[in-house]
Design a protein around this ligand. Structure first.
Ligand SMILES: NC(=O)c1ccc[n+]([C@@H]2O[C@H](COP(=O)([O-])OP(=O)(O)OC[C@H]3O[C@@H](n4cnc5c(N)ncnc54)[C@H](OP(=O)(O)O)[C@@H]3O)[C@@H](O)[C@H]2O)c1
Length: 367
């Protein structure tokens, strides 16, 4: 699985269709339009009227339905020519449930695909999708925008410094804490976060960030984990509830970690790397500021310089979404490796699967 067989994109600009017209599509489309080497040419929706309204709002040329997008819908004078001949890539912002299946259909229709997190909740689905992307010669990337801000590289450098006060300002890291708690009861036009049918829940919506964080900064898979969770009552009209809150205590590469995520109430969104001589933390791991991101260093008394506080500033790190799309376009042109990689996303799906299994939530196969 890799970059080698991918068909490189001959044109200078990657032409995008945004799939879905919800919260993230509305917020991110202007950022996609700003990304180097990218142009947004259209939008797809379940409802053509909603697609047209979205296209008007964002100044896009084309509006179509999902079926028209993949070329199996009925052609009308209005939607003629809106198929993938006019676009190269799709940014998929559908609810989680639809990610694996629609990604497969989009790859099959010849698009490069950037699918919002989480791409999959089962390892087998992720393996199959990346194999299909390889076969089709198309790029498939899971959308984890915070991985495109230099803050994650700074935190990774701190986390992997095993030799004392080399690059880590607090000595070797022994423990990582990562949280993402947010009251999601009212978010999403159709309460997607509490819907089992749409594969909502704390792990797929928020927990995938802390899970991805530990895997990224340590550069390994999660080892032993003790996982506890709360499953919500089913929402009206559904039979099963989603995982609402999860706590994990684990060990990976000799570093202990604690992950907390929940969609039931707002709380911490921070990460803390705990070293032998202090901690490095931020309350903005998932949404670092484009102009000025800050990591707080708190030295303990055992630190050679004594107890104290200082700040590591990451100036003008840039917008994480703009950089995500720019990196995708560069990868399609063959100039850069995809971030995150296929193997990273397969490992991520496996980690999610382990967590969901442990709390007895089963969204079924995605493909
Ligand atoms: N990276 C980030 O920062 C970030 C932030 C938020 C969300 N996300 C991810 O982005 C995805 C969408 O989140 P969102 O907050 O934008 O959700 P949302 O507001 O519920 O929007 C999802 C869109 O998907 C389309 N859709 C297709 N089938 C649907 C169905 N059966 N029910 C509901 N909508 C359906 C709808 O557009 P049409 O009606 O036009 O078809 C809807 O507007 C999720 O996977 C989420 O994890 C990422």
């Amino acid at each position: 699985m890799g970059l080698v067989r991918r068909e490189q994109c001959p044109m200078s600009e990657l032409r995008w269709i945004v799939m879905g017209t919800g919260l993230i599509a509305d917020k991110v489309t202007p950022l996609l339009a700003r990304a180097p080497g990218c142009r947004v040419v259209g939008v797809a929706s379940r409802d053509l009227g909603r697609a047209r309204a979205f296209a008007d709002r964002h100044g896009l040329e084309r509006a179509c339905t999902y079926e028209e997008l993949v070329g199996t819908g009925a052609s009308t004078p209005e939607n003629q020519g809106q198929r993938h001949r006019h676009a190269d890539a799709v940014y998929c912002t559908l609810p989680n449930r639809h990610h694996p299946e629609w990604t497969r259909r989009l790859l099959d229709a010849g698009f490069h695909v950037l699918c919002e997190k989480p791409l999959c909740w089962r390892r087998a689905d992720a393996e199959r999708l990346f194999a299909e992307a390889d076969r089709a010669g198309r790029l498939l990337v899971e959308g984890f925008m915070y991985l495109h801000h230099p803050q994650i590289d700074a935190l990774t450098t701190v986390a992997r410094d095993g030799d004392g006060l080399g690059v880590s300002p607090v000595g070797p890291i022994r423990r990582i804490e990562a949280c993402f708690e947010s009251d999601m009861k009212a978010v999403g036009r159709e309460a997607t976060r509490y819907s089992h049918d749409l594969a909502g829940g704390a792990t797929l919506d928020l927990g995938c960030y802390p899970i991805s964080f530990v895997r990224t900064v340590l550069g390994c898979e999660l080892g032993d984990m003790k996982i506890s969770g709360v499953v919500a009552r089913p929402i009206e009209g559904e039979r099963l509830g989603v995982d609402e809150r999860i706590e994990i205590e684990g060990l990976a590469s000799g570093v202990s970690f604690r992950l907390v995520f929940g969609i039931d109430r707002s709380g911490s969104r921070g990460v803390r790397l705990i070293g032998v001589h202090g901690t490095v933390s931020t309350e903005w791991p998932w949404s670092p500021d484009a102009e000025r991101a800050e990591l707080l260093v708190e030295r303990s008394e055992t630190h050679p310089r004594g107890a104290g506080r200082e700040t590591i500033v990451i100036a003008r790190g840039g917008d994480k979404f703009v950089q995500q799309f720019g990196a995708f376009a560069a990868a399609v042109r063959g100039g850069r490796a995809a971030r995150p990689s296929a193997s990273w996303s397969i490992g991520q799906a496996e980690a999610i699967e382990r967590v969901l299994d442990a709390v007895g939530v089963d969204f079924g196969p995605g493909l």
